[in-house]
Ligand binder design. Structure first.
Ligand code: FES
Length: 74
């Protein structure tokens, strides 16, 4: 089957974040979010779990269209 993620050789989504762990699970306390927080969904950020804008380069290189999820407090 075709690779479904950005690493075309291996099919891996995650090539750099917490690779020593079997599964990356991130807990964020909603009380720690001020007004809003942008969470990375492209797995290319250098500031996991937050978006640092790295998705823009990823999209440019791969033709993908991914971006963060933004959690906002009312
Ligand atoms: Fe990954 Fe922005 S850096 S979504």
């Amino acid at each position: 089957p075709a690779a479904r993620c950005s690493d075309k050789k291996s099919g891996l989504c995650n090539s750099l974040i917490r690779k020593n762990e079997a599964k990356v699970v991130t807990m964020v306390d909603v009380e720690d979010i001020a007004d809003k927080a942008a969470f990375c969904r492209c797995w290319k950020t250098k500031n996991w779990p937050y978006c640092d804008g790295s998705h823009a380069e990823h999209n440019k290189v791969t033709g993908d269209n991914v971006g963060p999820i933004v959690v906002k407090r009312n």
